[in-house]
Ligand binder design. Structure first.
Ligand code: 2HA
Ligand code: ZN
Length: 269
């Protein structure tokens, strides 16, 4: 089949990583029906031939101006498409879009006219923020991890950094590999700019944020990094829940052990 991925090993590798992660999300039970979204910034993998492709959709308004995205390219999971299908056929369940020079519209350029994710507003706002601050992060992941969402139904866990410290203290890896912790975004309508904006604020401090009673959003250098942080946090949540279901409150690592880890790994917080 004719695809822009043919003879473009770098782009093909980025998309195959997206497909791999989409498969993990489904296997983990974090991606019911069309749940979750992935977008990656592929601007640096784009050549002149792709740049000259004719659009295969209308020019569609983003709903706001995102100045740092000017003429950028993104691979986006399609709206209403399933992660389990993205895993097997990424270019039929997602598409490459180009942001217009006015930074307020996009058009689909390849391979198929698959309309991007319903969370495009928040995803593109996050990419705009990341580029604006000079970050090399290229991936945004939104998913519905059962254990972490369940914890967000307890108001006590939604106070600043309560979950961060609880989850960090369950196993050393979580602090080491999710060193900025877990930000909290109070419930907002899915797909809304209000959700996008509260998320951006939290990204100043965190790489992973909880969308209360909805899911998590993670940003990373690549999609594997973003997935690994969520996976690590979910592992901690499972350790906590397993201890609770055995009938006791888990002790957690002591402050002393946590500080020792922080110093040994040179962690930021
Ligand atoms: O795209 O998860 O938040 C499906 C969602 C929306
Ligand atoms: Zn969602």
């Amino acid at each position: 089949m004719k695809s822009v991925l043919n003879n473009r090993p770098l782009l093909a590798k980025q998309i195959s990583e997206v497909a791999e992660v989409a498969g993990y999300l489904w296997q983990k039970g974090w991606a019911e029906r069309n749940g979750g979204n992935i977008t990656i910034n592929i601007t640096t993998s784009i050549d002149d031939e792709i740049r000259s492709l004719k659009p295969i959709s209308d020019s569609i308004p983003i709903g706001r101006m995102l100045p740092h995205l000017k003429s950028g390219y993104f691979f986006c999971k399609g709206t209403n498409k399933r992660m389990r299908d993205l895993a097997r056929r990424p270019m039929e369940n997602g598409a490459i879009i180009r942001i217009s020079d006015d930074c307020a519209h996009y058009e689909i350029v390849a391979d198929c006219p698959v309309k991007p994710t319903s969370e495009l507003a928040s995803h593109l706002s996050m990419h705009n923020y990341l580029i604006g601050k000079g970050s090399g992060y290229k991936a945004v992941l939104h998913t519905h991890p059962i254990d972490l969402i369940a914890m967000s139904h307890n108001p006590a866990f939604l106070k600043k950094d309560v979950l961060t410290h609880l989850l960090w203290s369950m196993i050393p890896e979580t602090r080491a590999f999710c060193p900025r912790g877990l930000g909290i975004v109070p419930y907002q309508l899915p797909g809304s700019f209000a959700l996008a904006d509260t998320t951006l604020k939290e990204l100043e401090e965190y790489d992973v944020v909880m969308w209360e009673k909805h899911g998590v959003c993670a940003v990373g250098e690549n999609i594997m990094e973003a997935f690994d942080m969520v996976d690590t946090l979910s592992k901690s949540a499972q350790i906590y829940l397993t201890a609770k279901s055995m009938g006791f409150e888990p002790e957690g690592m002591t402050m002393e052990q946590m500080n020792e880890l922080k110093n040994a790994f040179g962690l930021p917080k």
